[in-house]
Design a protein around this ligand. Structure first.
Ligand code: SME
Length: 155
């Protein structure tokens, strides 16, 4: 998708989410709604979801798309890379990332972002897979970073 079109769509999604998320401050409910809206409005999203950091493990949380791995092997793959670096990872082609965990062989590119709570601790990793190569870039990273900030926002 062209960057301008992508930006416009992310802006509209952000506004829609603001009106949905105001109804509760429950983070899990907000995560679930964010997955549903993004997944159904973004053509390049094939799998959209959260891996929750629980007792040092990454365990699947709210998601939309094909059935995913329940738990991700520690320190392996793209989600763990985002967690260990406390920074987003944008991967143009999953096949060039050593240790990439393929929950579904149709995934071709990926973006992962840490979710920080109000104390600045990482509580989950947000992960989006695309069935197209080079689906994600800085536009996605910026927009998704803002979108994730809605989870702990006081409206
Ligand atoms: N590819 C991820 C695993 C999660 S699935 O893509 C849903 C990784 O390498 O961490």
């Amino acid at each position: 998708m062209e960057d301008k079109k992508k930006e416009g769509r992310y802006e509209r999604i952000y506004k829609q989410l603001e009106s949905i998320l105001v109804k509760t401050d429950d983070p899990l409910a907000r995560m679930a709604s964010i997955c549903a809206v993004l997944h159904h409005k973004m053509d390049h999203f094939f799998w959209t979801g959260f891996y929750m950091l629980k007792s040092g493990k990454l365990v699947v949380g709210p998601y939309q798309g094909p059935v995913a791995c329940q738990e991700l092997e520690k320190d392996k793959g793209v989600c763990w890379a985002a967690l260990n670096n406390a920074a987003p990872v944008v991967l143009a082609d999953v096949h060039v990332f050593p240790g990439h965990i393929a929950c579904d062989s149709r995934s071709k590119s990926e973006i992962t972002l840490p979710l920080f709570n109000k104390k600045g601790e990482i509580v989950a990793i947000f992960d989006v897979d695309s069935d197209r190569v080079r689906a994600f870039n800085q536009v996605d990273q910026l927009a998704l970073t803002s979108t994730l900030q809605l989870i702990y926002k006081a409206f």
